[in-house]
Design a protein around this ligand. Structure first.
Ligand SMILES: [Zn+2]
Ligand SMILES: [Zn+2]
Length: 643
């Protein structure tokens, strides 16, 4: 018999060789129908794989990322099975599950090509094969045998992958007539894959190397129920409408120029002002919470980042050093602001009474991302973090943590993010050697985070073993208006940098101590945050933030002068106003300006001019009636206050 420990720490005995599926069945037949994969002592297993030793386990259903992963990964195999049936001689690269489905990279035989038109045929074949309820059978094999199989098959891609594996770690999975090199995990069979949609085709270089062959990448998604697929497709349609790259262009917020360089956003005037308003909002919060502004350069000596450890992480694979012409000193584009802030802390000695010290900077950093990874404002090569570093005593951690959470709450409130989740990442209690810092410090800091979250009433997911080697952290994920989850800010405790930079303060005991550092960037970066905000609001920003708040539409040229008067009047109240005095019909003007997502449209004609009023229309909601000018100004000022 072996002992199986469940996530709630309860234990139960099972015969040796028991499978995840049998464990689920022993709990309830309902669970057994829903479970998709199992974690066994930290490794993810197929449900049909026997467990031979005492193990801590967790069963994964659809709602767990590990469950979806097994489902979509199995779907990639199903697609490969269908492709091999339809295109004999096809060769396969890799076929992983991704965040929203799966793909497979394939090399088609001869002059065959797959286009969008062919996708439905492949889908049909997949559905037909799934109905055969074939099992996914796992088999361990030797490197020699695996090489023989794929030599015979003539698949140079799999041969290359196998050549890089060790003898003991090679497994093959067979599904129907198709066998694949894979480490799993998968569903027991493809029976539960009921709804399939192949979404798109792209070119993908083998191993991401542009000097090697370009393969065909087929993307797809699958679900256990047709209804779930329908909802997903609806969400994708909605996501397309909200794409921040499209809306950013329509609203003239930002652009990119090949001449300036890929992944280097250019903020247009409307976008820059929007960003300034966000920064001002944060700066006001910083003042309220006792942060001091600092400003640091965009480059730093290589040694600085060697000291901080960032060179190891970002150096060799990122932008290469800039050499000074005479001394040949090496400088790097700043990948992180923290080392600079540590040097600012070292400017003078500190006493315990001065702490906490909070340095804030909208610091622009540069990191090399492969061109294929770049995406609008969410993946860029240069971006500005709403960064700050708090240097505090260990006994101040909890209080500081609470204050940072309060800042995050203020931001979510002001920007209408009402749906968010949090995750606390703690160290792995069974393997403390991976982490730097004393046990005592870790216990203190983990306790500080847990208590701070509890005091703020945050329902958090607590994950052991996910902490960085230098400290525990709290992550915020927001769910946008169409249910997508975005990772935003992180609050990270750090014992490492104070050590590396030998930061100190003199304690009440007159002895030198190391401060603790908290890294925090509630937005993440200005670029990413604005992207998320655009996709969340569909470009309909809150009134305080939106580029233009009001547009005046004179009914005809006769009223252009009155429109100008209204403009000046509102301008005096700092209400951001435009006039549309084009010689167009009023209906056309309304339609055009509705599309610009300006919150209020003011129509002015004879009646309005005589009454010194405006006819108010709210974007997307239509007529709101007439208002006197003063009344309208007050109305806007009241609504444009940040919550
Ligand atoms: Zn697989
Ligand atoms: Zn930092």
């Amino acid at each position: 018999m072996i002992k199986i420990e469940f996530p709630d720490k309860s234990k139960k005995e099972f015969p040796e060789g028991v499978t995840g599926f049998e464990i689920a069945q022993s709990i309830s037949p309902g669970l057994a129908r829903e479970v998709l994969s199992i974690t066994v002592n930290g490794d993810i297993f197929d449900l049909t794989r026997p467990i031979h030793e005492n193990a801590a386990i967790k069963l994964h259903k659809w709602d767990d990322p590990e469950g979806k992963h097994a489902f979509w990964h199995s779907s990639a195999h199903l697609m490969a099975e269908a492709l091999e049936a339809l295109y004999p001689g096809i060769k396969f690269g890799i076929g992983p599950a991704i965040d929203n489905g799966f793909y497979y990279d394939v090399d088609l035989p001869g002059d065959k090509v797959i286009t969008e038109k062919d996708l439905s045929t492949i889908e049909q074949k997949m559905t037909e094969l799934a109905r055969q309820k074939n099992k996914l059978c796992r088999r361990e094999t030797s490197k020699k045998e695996a090489l023989e199989i794929y030599t015979k098959k003539g698949d140079e891609y799999k041969l290359e992958l196998i050549s890089e594996l060790n003898d003991k770690e090679i497994t093959l999975y067979t599904l129907g007539n198709f066998t694949d090199l894979c480490k799993g995990p998968h569903l027991p069979s493809t029976e539960s894959i009921k709804a399939i949609k192949l979404l798109s085709i792209a070119g993908a270089y083998w191993r991401g190397d542009e000097n090697r062959k370009q393969l065909t990448r087929i993307y797809g998604v699958s679900f256990p129920k047709q209804k779930m697929l329908d909802e997903h497709l609806k969400m994708l349609e909605e996501a397309k409408k909200r794409d921040h790259r499209k809306i950013g262009k329509e609203l003239e917020l930002f652009t990119f120029s090949q001449r300036v360089g890929q992944g280097l956003p250019l903020w247009l005037p409307k976008g820059a002002r929007l960003r300034e308003r966000l920064e001002d909002f944060l700066k006001a919060l910083h003042r309220k919470y006792g942060y001091e502004p600092v400003i640091t350069p965009h480059i730093g000596q290589k040694e600085l980042y060697v000291t901080s450890g960032h060179y190891d992480k970002y150096g060799k694979d990122s932008f290469q050093p800039i050499l000074s012409p005479d001394e040949k000193e090496e400088f790097l584009l700043k990948p992180m602001n923290c080392p600079h802030h540590c040097e600012i802390y070292r400017f003078k000695p500190h006493s315990y009474k001065e702490l906490p010290i909070r340095y804030a900077e909208f610091g622009t950093v540069y990191r090399y991302e492969q061109s294929g990874e770049l995406h609008g404002l969410t993946r860029v090569r240069g971006f500005t973090q709403d960064d700050a570093h708090i240097f505090c005593r260990p006994d101040q951690l909890k209080e500081e943590f609470i204050k940072v959470i309060d800042i995050v709450f203020s931001i979510f409130d002001a920007l209408d993010f009402h749906n968010f989740t949090t995750q606390i990442s703690l160290r792995d209690p069974d393997d403390k050697t991976k982490y730097i810092g004393s046990d005592e410090n870790w216990e203190k800091s983990e306790k500080a985070i847990l208590e701070a979250c509890e005091e703020k009433g945050l329902k958090t997911k607590i994950v052991k073993g996910e902490a960085a080697f230098y400290g525990p952290k709290l992550d915020f994920m927001v769910n946008d208006a169409i249910g997508r989850e975005w990772q935003l800010g992180t609050i990270q405790i750090d014992y490492n940098l104070p050590e590396r930079f030998e930061l100190e303060y003199i304690g009440a005991d007159d002895v030198r101590h190391r401060p603790v550092m908290i890294h925090r960037a509630p937005f993440g970066s200005m670029e990413r945050f604005v992207a998320v905000l655009i996709e969340h609001t569909e470009g309909k920003f809150p009134l305080w933030l939106t580029p233009d708040q009001v547009v005046i539409l004179p009914i005809s040229e006769k009223f252009n002068d009155y429109a100008k008067k209204v403009f000046n009047f509102l301008n005096n109240y700092d209400i951001r106003t435009l006039i549309d005095d084009r010689n167009e019909k009023i209906g056309r003007k309304i339609r055009d300006n509705e599309l610009k997502r300006i919150p209020y449209l003011l129509i002015v004609g004879e009646k309005e001019m005589n009454e010194k009023s405006v006819a108010v229309r709210k974007q997307g909601e239509g007529n709101q009636g007439n208002m006197k000018l003063e009344e309208f100004a007050e109305f806007i000022i009241k609504r444009a206050k940040i919550k």
